[in-house]
Design a binder for this molecule. Sequence first.
Ligand SMILES: Cc1cc2nc3c(=O)[nH]c(=O)nc-3n(C[C@H](O)[C@H](O)[C@H](O)COP(=O)(O)OP(=O)(O)OC[C@H]3O[C@@H](n4cnc5c(N)ncnc54)[C@H](O)[C@@H]3O)c2cc1C
Length: 293
Amino acid sequence: MQSQKQYPKAFSFEFFPAKNPDGEAALLEVAQTLSQVEPCYFSVTYGAGGTTRDRTFGAVQAIKTATGVDVSPHLTCIGSTREFLKELLEQYREMGIRHLVALRGDLPEGSDDPRVFNYANELIEFIRQETGDHFFIEVAAYPEFHPQAVSARADLENFRRKVEAGADAALTQYFFNPDAYFRFVESCEKMGVDLPIVPGIMPITNYKQLARFSSFCGAEIPRWLARRLEDFGEDLASIRALGEDFITDMCQRLLEQGAPGLHFYSMNKVEPSLTIWKNLGLSPRRSERLGLK
Ligand SMILES: Cc1cc2nc3c(=O)[nH]c(=O)nc-3n(C[C@H](O)[C@H](O)[C@H](O)COP(=O)(O)OP(=O)(O)OC[C@H]3O[C@@H](n4cnc5c(N)ncnc54)[C@H](O)[C@@H]3O)c2cc1C
């Protein structure tokens, strides 16, 4: 973890764009409440193939204006064209955005045409070609490996490709096995890959949903934790209490070992991630800004 200790700690919250005006108003309220703890930035997800282009763009603009906090739009390349992405990058530049999360995304079911870009490293190369060093680019990292990876080694090599293409930092898929994260960082160090790798943190609020999503995205829930959460059935209060305890302890351990911040998957809610934030005693003082090139 030595490589990670040199970086300022960045604490951030992730949102997804709302589907209707009520959801948009609710999201702004959540962002305003979370802005009070002075996170380093907010990020807003983006549907593959540009399916949420306008909603992501609108949410980025609204949240930035309402809170004054930096916002980092996510951008996926699969199913997109160069022209489409170029125009969006220009619009973000005009809006004063300096920070992006660059991803491949997943093709919708039934589609097998990636169009121009096959992998995230190609998107990063494209962004650097088009906009030089304007954007601070974050990429995805998978401590438990990407579900489509042919092998752990190949996945690490592919991660290195994204860094060599110009990534400045990485945000991880969420995990409940902190040792997977420590090992991932160690492997990066051995490969000479050195950039902040910020753990993605998923609060536990609903076990059934979490189990379904985790099997899809390749995040393992340790057996002992799964069995205990299962036992609570529909008792959401108990699920939340155990989840809060577990995630707080895990974050504490990650930070003590040198993780360069935490990225909370807020699921557009205040309480689950803010409770952990408060349990950890995070303060604006510890939420230092990532330096832009
Ligand atoms: C922090 C975070 C935020 C996310 N936000 C979004 C979002 O906003 N919208 C969304 O749709 N999805 C999002 N995702 C999900 C992400 O799009 C999927 O996990 C997707 O399947 C992979 O995207 P990637 O950028 O990691 O792809 P890549 O880095 O391209 O990797 C995808 C797979 O291809 C392999 N690979 C990579 N490069 C090569 C290569 N050159 N040759 C051969 N194989 C290669 C990798 O090993 C991996 O198995 C997010 C994930 C994370 C962790």
